[in-house]
Design a protein around this ligand. Structure first.
Ligand code: ADP
Ligand code: MG
Length: 217
């Protein structure tokens, strides 16, 4: 799992699995994401994300034929165009930067996460600890780096990524929001999960499952 560009057919399977897993995770949880956003935002996060992933699902056949780097960039562009709100440009930046990193000769998942998350921080002028999607994404990046350092096998590494995402999401509950709409609530944002952290956790879980699915014989 160090080199994300495997054989052409392997990449096509991975991209198709990524699209299918992320689309069904977002669709199945759109209502719950909306509820989280209704508590500390304006309630549109589920609809925003469902719109974005429906656009990706519609373009499935075109995107799956692309190499991983172009596929991620295409998905990023579709999210920018269709999701809207604060999260559309942020998820768009994440996938565009991950896709660009995947095209580099020394491409690795570690570099892709590093560059993707740096792009989110830059666009959001935000960092971990502010009750946003970064409270999931940054721990996931750290968990992947630790898995590499420990030479953990693929299955164990993916379990660690999922755990980091789950714990990252839960970590947003006691946090005070200092970015995005939830920050308008000040102390009243405390005690709720962040909707963007929840969608990020769902997407990390979907990506891990898709990777396992695509490597099945
Ligand atoms: P909006 O807040 O414009 O209605 P959404 O509801 O689609 O947009 O997305 C809200 C989510 O976006 C938040 O829960 C948070 O995770 C994320 N978010 C908002 N602002 C930022 C930011 N500056 N940096 C990182 N993530 C952010
Ligand atoms: Mg919202």
């Amino acid at each position: 799992m160090t080199a994300p560009e495997t054989s052409m057919s392997g990449t096509t399977r991975l991209v198709a699995s990524l699209i299918d897993a992320s689309t069904s995770a977002i669709r199945a949880n759109a209502e719950a994401l909306g509820d989280l956003d209704r508590a500390i935002g304006d309630g549109d996060h589920g609809l925003n994300m469902a719109r974005g992933f429906s656009a990706i699902a519609e373009a499935r056949e075109t995107i799956r034929a692309l190499p991983l780097s172009s596929a991620l960039q295409e998905m990023g562009k579709l999210l920018v165009m269709t999701v809207g709100g604060a999260s559309g440009p942020l998820y768009g930046s994440l996938l565009l930067a991950m896709g660009r990193a995947a095209a580099a000769p020394e491409a690795s998942l570690a570099r892709m996460l590093e560059e993707g998350i740096a792009a989110v921080k830059k666009r959001g002028r935000s960092d971990r600890g502010e009750k946003t999607m970064l409270d999931v994404l940054v721990p996931v990046q750290l968990a992947w780096a630790q898995s590499l350092a420990d030479r953990a096998d693929t299955r164990e590494s993916l379990e660690r990524l999922k755990r980091a995402a789950r714990e990252g999401l839960e970590s947003t509950r006691p946090m005070l929001a200092t970015k995005g709409r939830a920050s308008y609530l000040k102390e009243r944002s405390i005690g709720h999960l962040d909707p963007g952290a929840c969608s990020s956790s769902l997407l990390v879980h979907a990506a891990c499952d898709a990777f396992l699915e695509s490597t099945k014989p």
